[in-house]
Write a protein that binds this ligand. Sequence first.
Ligand code: PHE
Ligand code: ZN
Length: 894
Amino acid sequence: MTQNSQVTYLKDYQVPSFIIETTDLDIRIGDEYTSVVARLKVRRNSASSEPSSELVLQGSKDIKLQEVMMNGLILDKSNYDLEGSVLSIHQCPEAFELTTECLIQPQLNASLEGLYKSGGMYCTQCEAEGFRNITYYLDRPDALSVFTTRISAPKVSYPILLSNGNPVEQGDLDNGEHFAVWHDPFPKPAYLFAMVAGNLVRQDDVFTTVSGRKVDLQIFVEAHNSHKCDHALESLKRSMLWDEQVYGREYDLDLFMIVAVDDFNMGAMENKGLNIFNSDCVLADPATSSDAMFERIEGIVAHEYFHNWSGNRVTCRDWFQLSLKEGFTVYRDSQYTADTYSAAVKRIDDVTLLRTHQFAEDAGPMAHPIRPASYIEINNFYSVTVYEKGAEVVGMIHTLLGDALFRKGSDLYFGRHDGQAVTTDDFVAAMSDASGIDLSQFKHWYSQAGTPTLAITDAYDATNNEYRLTVGQSTPATAECQKKLPFHLPLRMALLDTNGLEMPLTLRDDDSVQGDNLLLGNSCVLNITQAQQTFVFEGVMEQPTPSLLRGFSAPVKLDYAYTQEQLLFLASKDQDGFCRWEACQRLLIEATELAMSAMNQSSHYQLGDSLVTMLRASLVDETLDPAMVAKLVQLPSEAYLAETQTTVDVDLIHTGREAMRLAIATALESELLACYNRCHDIGLFSQTGKAIGQRALKNTCLSYLNALDSVQYQGQYQTIARDQYALQANMTDVGAALHILIGQNNSELAAPLLAEFYQRWQGDAQVVCQWFAMQCGANRPGLLKQVQDLLDHDAFDIRNPNKVRSVVGSFIRSAINFHAVDGSGYAFVGDMILKLDNFNPMIAAGLAKPLGRFKRHTPQRQALMQQQLRRLSEAQLSKDVFEVVSRALDSANV
Ligand code: PHE
Ligand code: ZN
C-alpha cells in the first residue's frame, strides 16, 4: 500500500509561480460527455521565490484533454506534458492566455467531488480539491481569480442554470438547449466555485442590509420539497442581521442562493453567493424534522453564511490553515446560536460534542494539532479537531481579550486581509496587534495536539484569610510531538461562600490577570501560562467552594478532587450554567461507575439519597428553563462515559448505565410522570425556546419511565409512549416515542410500528433516513443481522452518503453492537469500507476512523480491530483510507 503514501508538508509551502487573473469557463452539459473549456488569463507571479516558465496545473485521470491553446494558437504536444493527472505547459511567457478543452463524465462521478449528478441535477463540490476533477487548474486556495461561467444544457431537463456571483446573460439555443452566463466580481480560489443545472423550484425572500442595499435570497429545491424552505430562509435572515450587529459584516453581492442536493458528502458548502447544502441540512418542517434538526439546520445555514467573510473574503493560504476559516466560523455560529437561543444549553451541547468526539480523536492515531503539519489526504482533516477545537481556540482568544478588544481584533483581521489568502498566524497577529496582548505562547494551541489536563489543588488559611489555588498543566505525548510546551489558557473561576454567593476577589499578585474583562463581577479569568502556578486570593473570609473552568473556558480536562458535598452544592447553587450542569454530570458519572462495579460483581445497585434529592429538585422546579432541566437530569452518553474510563468495557458501561436509568426511574417515578404531564399539556404546537425545552424535558422523562416497564409494570408507560406516537403531533414527539418503543427489545412491539412508520413516510427521504438510523443505532444488543438486512431494503442506496450514515454510521455509534466481542461488528464495518472505497473514498475514510481507535478497549477487542485494519491494508486503497489505516496500524507499534 505504499503507492498512496505521498505526504504534503506545511514547511514546503511556496507561493505559486503563476497568477490566474481571470477564469472564463464554458461548460456544456451533454448526455454522454460534458465539455469544459477554460480560458485563463495567466501571468508570472513576481512574488514567487522560484520563478519558473513551467506552468503546472492539477487535473485528474478522469479528464479527457482535447486541446490546449496559448494566445489563440493550438499547442503542439511538444509544448506540454500530460503525466497522470498533472498538465505542465513548457516555456510560458510573462503573460498569456491559456485555453484548455476537456471532456468529463459527471454522471459517472460517485465520489461527489467535482461536477457530479445527484438525482436529476448536476451540481459541484470543489472543496478541498474537487475543482481539478472539472478542469486543469491551479487548484490551491491561494490562487485567487475572477470567474465568469457560461453553462449550457437541454432546457426541459435543466431549466435552472446557476453559478457564483450575478447573472449577466441568458437565452435559448438550437436543439432545445439554453444557456446562462454568471460573473463573480470577487476574486476567489477554485474551491469556492460552484455550478448547478437542474429542474428546481425557487423560494424567494429579501434582506435589506444595514447600508440599505436590497439582497435577493433564493432557495432552490426539488418541487416536492418546496414547503420545507421557510426555516432556512428565516435562519438566513437572522444570521445576516446578527453578523452585521455583532461583527459589523455586511453581505456583499445582490443575490444569495442556496441549493439543496440529496447526494452530498458533508453538511453544506459556502461557495461564493451559491451555497450548496445537503438536503438534510436545509429542509425542515415540523411534521418531518425534530427540534434538534431545526436547530442543527439553523446553525449550518448561519455557518455557511458567516463563511462569506470568514473563509471567502479572507481565505486560507493553504489547507494546513483550514481551521483559520472553520474554527473561526464554528465559533461564530456557536455565538449566534447562543445569542439567539439559550447560551448555557448551547455551551453544554458544544462541550459534550468536544469532550466526546474531539478528546477521543486527540487521544487516538489521527490526533493532530488544529493546524496540522502534514497530511496525505486533506479530506481526512475536516475533523472535530480542526472544527470544534479550532472554535474553542478562537473562544479562548475572545476570553483573554474581552468583548471590546476581540471585536477590534476581528475588525483588524477582516480589514487588513480582505481579498487575501492568509494563515492562522495572521489571524493571531491581528488579535494581538489590536489588543496589545502578547499571544506568542498562545500559538502553541495551533501546533501541539493532545488534550491538556489541569490539575488543581487548593488550601484555605483561616488565620490569614488567604486562599491558595495551585494549577498544574500537562499534556500527553502525541505522534507529532512527544514533549509539549505549556499552553497559555484562560481559567475562568469564582469562589462561592456558604450561601452560594460569589465572593469579591482580590489577588495578591495580580500580574497574571490581564485584559479588560478579567474581573467580571466576582468571577475572574486567570492566565495560565506555566507548567505549575499558584494564585493567592486575599481577604477570603471563609472556606470557599471553588467554581472552576466556568463556561468551560479552555478545552482541557479538569482534575480537581471535588468532594461529593461540594458537587451537590455547586449543582444547586452555582450561577454558571455550565458549572452547575458539570457538577451534576460528575455526580452522575461517579454513580454510574458504582453501578458498573455493582453489575460487575452481579450485585444490586443502590442509588444514593443525595443524588435523588438533587435530581428531584431540578425536576420539580418550574422556574428553571425546561431545556436546562432536561440537560441536568440526562445521563452522560455511553460514548462520553467511555471517554472517562482508562479501560473501556462497552458492555459494562451499557449495563451500568441501564441500571442507573432504572434506579433513577424507580426513585423518581412520580416526579418524572408529573413532569411529563406538565410538559405534555401545552396546547398547540409552537417552536418557542420554551416549547422546545418542554418537549426535550418530557421526552427525557418518558424515556426514564419506560425503563420501568421492562421490570415491574405491564406496559403502563409503554401505553403513554404509544399514545404520544399515535398523536402524530410533530417529529420530535413521534420520533422520541418510536425511539423509546423500539429500544425495548420487543420485536412484536417494534416491527408493526416500524412498518407503519415506513408506510407513512416512504416518500420522504429525510424521514426514511431517520427510520434507518433509529433501527441501526438502537441501544440494544444483537442488531447486526437487522442492519445487514436493511442494506437490501429498496430505500437503501450505498451511493447516497446520508443513507450510509444512517445505516453504517448509526451502527458504529451503537457501541455494544459495533464492539460485539465476536468481532462481527468490526468485520461488517470493514466490508462496508472496502465497498465504499471503490467510489467514495471520503465517506469510506470517515467510517475507518472509529476502527483505528482501539487503544483503550479490552485486549480481545483491540486484536479484532487491528485484524480488520490489517485486512484493509492488504487491499488497494484510496489515499483517504490508506492514511487512516496506516496511522492506526503505526500506533499499534508504539
Ligand atoms: N467547508 C464546508 C463547511 O462549511 C465543509 C465541506 C468540506 C463541505 C468539504 C464539503 C466538502 O464546513
Ligand atoms: Zn465551514
